[in-house]
Design a binder for this molecule. Structure first.
Ligand code: GLU
Length: 278
């Protein structure tokens, strides 16, 4: 039985790109789970969780089982981090918040690839760790030496090589957030028995990092399918900050959600939008 999941962050209302991803994921899965990625306390709000439920309901996409809420899974992430720590594969990083701002629910941000390694190799100082807020970073050189980089073949048969440029000393946890996107994602995909990950092609670089973490943690690797992105007709990306058409606004304008879902499933987009491969 194929198990897939839809994993939005409740940091805003869902837009057409989310709907496309959900429809593609739902259509490829016998079991389709919902995961609320709410680990960034600064950006996530409960009202957006309600919005996600309403939007999926409007699209006619039925979720199997209870949603998994990441903020309730802190202990599982701490265990995974401890496993990596015991293996000498992570180190505490005391760099400022500004350096690491993009690492949490925005998977498109920091995979650590450009972190200069300032805190790597510092002697471990538990006193400093208990006194100073810090994050934990993957020691990517050691990690790659331990597990090797692994490419993967997508559900449509396309093979992707793991690109070393996509991997760096990624943040895996932070004082105010128990796990980064990457760590929580691999732990939860495995815990939920997800064997097909369907998400946008902008996240393909994340897969290289996540394949590495799976290997280090002894977790099974799901099959991946990275689909094209929904763009404005002029090629602009849909973004929450960019006046993307929210599903709530479409619903308010009288659009039929189930009909929209049916069209998206066959690759038809509303006027004014196109897929990145079109
Ligand atoms: N919360 C992530 C996003 O909304 C999920 C990415 C994933 O499916 O792994 O982009």
């Amino acid at each position: 039985m194929t198990t897939s999941r839809f994993a939005p962050s409740p940091s805003g209302r869902l837009h057409l790109g989310h709907a496309y991803s959900a429809v593609i994921g739902r259509s490829g899965a016998e079991r389709w789970l919902l995961r609320i990625e709410d680990l960034d306390p600064g950006r996530c709000r409960a009202e957006f969780v309600d919005g996600i439920m309403e939007d999926l309901d409007w699209l006619g996409l039925k979720v199997d089982g209870e949603p998994l809420v990441q903020s309730q899974r802190v202990a599982a992430y701490a265990d995974a981090l401890e496993q990596l720590r015991a293996a000498g594969l992570v180190y505490p990083c005391f760099c400022t918040r500004a350096d690491i701002a993009a690492s949490l629910t925005a998977p498109h941000g920091d995979a650590g690839a450009h972190y200069p390694g300032t805190c790597r190799g510092l002697p471990d100082d538990p006193d400093r760790r208990s006194a100073v807020p810090h994050s934990w970073r993957l020691d990517s050189a050691r990690a790659i030496a331990r597990a090797g980089l692994r490419g993967w073949t997508e559900a449509d048969g396309t093979a992707f090589a793991a690109d070393p440029k996509d991997v760096g000393d990624a943040i895996l946890a932070r004082k105010d957030a128990p796990a980064s996107y990457h760590l929580a994602c691999v732990v939860d995909d495995a815990a939920s028995g997800v064997d097909l990950v369907v998400r946008g092609e902008d996240l393909r670089p994340s897969t290289t990092v996540q394949r590495l973490l799976q290997a280090l943690l002894g977790l099974p690797a799901p099959t991946y399918l990275h689909h094209p992105l929904v763009l404005h007709e002029d090629g602009r990306r849909l973004a929450k900050r960019d006046q993307a058409p929210t599903l709530a606004a479409m619903r308010a304008a009288g659009v039929d959600g189930r009909a929209l879902a049916g069209e998206l499933a066959t690759g038809f987009l509303p006027l004014g939008f196109r897929l990145s491969n079109a």
